[in-house]
Design a protein around this ligand. Sequence first.
Ligand code: HEC
Ligand code: HEC
Length: 197
Amino acid sequence: MLNSSVRLMAVTISQLLWVMMVPAYASDIQALVQPCTMCHGVDGNSANSGVPSIAGITPEYFAHVMDAYKNEGRNSPMMKQFTHTLGEADIAQLAEFYGKQKFVARTQEFDAALAQKGALLHAKYCEKCHENGGRITENNYGILAGQWTPYLRQALTAYLDNTRRVNPMMITKLKLLEQEAGQDGIEQLLHFYASPH
Ligand code: HEC
Ligand code: HEC
C-alpha cells in the first residue's frame, strides 16, 4: 500500500517536472492546432478532397488568407468559424507551425494529354505569379501543384464568380483564360496541377 502510493507520488512528480520542462510554446501551439487537425490533418496534409492541404505554405500567405476568412475577402462560413477568435499572435504561431510542415503532393488521377495542354495554359496565364509550375515557392500564393483537384476547382469557380476576392491581375488573367480556352481550359489546368511535374 505504502509502496504503491510512494510510486504514484514519484510518477506524479516526474509528470509535473515534465510538464514544467516543456516550453509553454509547445502546449500553446498544440492547443491552437488541435481544432484544425480534424479537417486539415495533423500536419496540414489534408485527407479530404474538399479541404486544402496547408503544409509548407509561407507565413505571409497564411496570414493573408486568415485575414481574408475573418474579414470575408473569402466567403467560407466554415473557416470563419475557426478564425474569428484568433488574434494576431495566434495567427503568427499557427503560420510558423504550418510553414515548417512538409507538403505531400496528393496522388490523383489525371489525363496525360489534358495535363500537357494545361501546362501550356499555366505557362501563358499563371506562371508569372505561381512560379515553378504552381509548386510551393518562397513567394508562395497557395499550393497548386499536388493540391486536391476538387478544392482547386471550387476555388477557381469562386474567383470567377467574384465570391473570393484576389489580386485584380489574377482575375484578369483567369477571365482571359476562361474567354480564350473556356471551361475545357480550366479542366486542362486542373489535370496539369494533379499530374506530377
Ligand atoms: C471543419 C473543417 C475545417 C476546420 C476545422 C478548419 N478548416 Fe481551414 N479550411 C477548410 C476548408 C473547407 C477550406 C477551404 C475554404 C475555401 O473555399 O476558401 C479551408 C481553408 C483554409 C486555408 C486556406 C488554404 C489555401 O490554400 O488558401 C487555411 C490557411 C486554413 N484553412 C487554415 C486553418 C486553420 C489554421 C484552422 C484551425 C484554426 C482551420 N483551417 C480549421 C476547412 C476547415
Ligand atoms: C498577378 C499574379 C497572379 C496571377 C497571374 C495568377 N495568380 Fe493565382 N493567386 C495570386 C494571388 C496573390 C493569390 C492569393 C490568394 C488570395 O488572395 O485569395 C492567388 C491564389 C490562387 C489560388 C488559390 C490557392 C489556394 O490555395 O486557395 C488559385 C487556385 C490560383 N491562384 C490559380 C491561378 C490560376 C489558375 C492562374 C492562371 C489563370 C493564376 N492563379 C494567375 C496571384 C496570381
